[in-house]
Design a protein around this ligand. Structure first.
Ligand code: FA5
Ligand code: MG
Length: 344
């Protein structure tokens, strides 16, 4: 029995020494001390020994157990240390390596202009409103006092879609949606895409952006319109910009006007003005259409025009971005050429 014990000890020590990782070591431990392990099996045979032999043998078994136990612990620690060393070597960070560059995008100049304009109006207490790109004929035309066969429908060459719907030709239908909500007073701006089957050139695109403005309350008059838009123009183009309102016609406003701003290209300087690319010698640049909301439009949205009045305006954003960034062709804004976009 003593020989068996020494043999088991020798084999176990060899196996421990050879275990390549913690899992192999655990297998050895089970094969030695587990329920069916070699040492366990041998301990069970102790009962068959005589009373004289038993104490000496018991002591030897315990010594072997302690020795193996110690060998396991030492090997386990060794393997754990080696694993740590390996992962430290493996995951070493070279802090002297140059960093990897992320290709950061930048805001599209149109987005910047939209954000800036919205911020200016939000500062004056306006909320942001939205409407769908695919509109009903009612919202895009009818409710804006543009009945069928009205010449204004031809001016805004329309893309028609199935079911009598249209791609909205301007952001003005958002006025109708806002006023039909039945909550007054209103102070809102609505930026978004609009669509017209216009011929593409340096200042026209079939898809472009407008921002609509609408204020409805008791006692709103043309003075409020001029005041709000003048403050806006100064905030966007800087103090000292001059504004002028020219009479105009829109079916959904009465009276109507177009607002021009003094040209920031030439600053209306007599000499520079002559060959100014931006205002083409006019000294003024058209910025937007505006007017007092037509009583018929108010009434159509369930608002009593005897009690309430309002003003509205709508401006093309591409032209503002072009003026802003000195871009001489609108198509550049839609080409998505990285060489162009990276400049902003
Ligand atoms: C309108 O669309 C009116 N809804 C504006 C309005 C709103 C008036 C509220 C009164 C009250 P107009 O068709 O003029 O108006 O267009 C407004 C602006 O859109 C123009 O001043 C111009 O800057 C821009 N625009 C018009 N057509 C194009 C186009 N094809 N490409 C780029 N910008 C355009
Ligand atoms: Mg116009």
């Amino acid at each position: 029995m003593k020989d068996d014990l020494l043999k088991i000890k020798g084999q176990a020590l060899d196996s421990i020494a050879q275990a390549a990782d913690l899992r192999a070591l655990e297998d050895v431990r089970v094969a030695t001390f587990g329920k069916k392990g070699t040492v366990t099996a041998l301990s069970r045979t102790m009962g068959s020994l005589s009373a004289e032999e038993r104490p000496a043998m018991g002591q030897m078994v315990n010594e072997v157990k302690d020795a193996l136990e110690a060998a396991f612990t030492a090997k386990k620690q060794g393997l754990a240390d080696a694993a740590l060393e390996a992962s430290l070597a493996d995951e070493k960070i070279d802090i002297t390596l140059p960093g990897r560059n992320f290709a950061l995008g930048s805001k599209h100049p149109l987005t910047t202009v939209i954000d800036e304009i919205c911020r200016i109006f939000m500062g004056m207490g306006y909320e942001i409103a939205t409407g769908p790109d695919v509109e009903t004929d009612y919202h895009n035309f009818e409710a804006l006092n543009i009945p069928k066969n009205h010449p204004a429908r031809d001016e805004q060459d329309t893309f028609y879609v199935e079911g009598g719907h249209v791609l909205r030709t301007h952001t003005s239908p958002v006025q109708i949606r806002k006023m039909s909500e039945g909550r007054l007073p209103i102070a809102a701006v609505a930026p978004g895409k609009v669509f017209r089957s216009d011929e593409v050139d340096a200042t026209h695109s079939p898809v472009f952006h407008q921002i609509e403005g609408l204020v409805v309350d008791k006692g709103i008059h043309m003075g409020h319109l001029k005041g709000a838009l003048t403050v806006f123009a100064e905030a966007l183009f800087g103090e000292g910009v001059k504004t002028r309102f020219r009479p105009h016609h829109f079916p959904f406003t009465e009276p109507s006007a177009e607002m021009d701003i003094s040209c920031f290209g030439c600053g209306q300087d007599a000499e520079k003005m002559q060959d100014c690319r931006i205002c083409k010698g006019e000294g003024w640049v058209e910025l937007l259409g505006c007017g007092m909301v037509h009583p018929k439009v108010l009434a159509g949205c369930g608002i009593d025009p005897e009690v309430y009045s309002g003003f509205a305006f709508g401006m093309g954003l591409e032209r503002i971005a072009m003026q802003r960034y000195n871009i001489d062709d609108m198509r550049l804004l839609f080409d998505n050429d990285m060489r162009f976009l990276k400049q902003f």
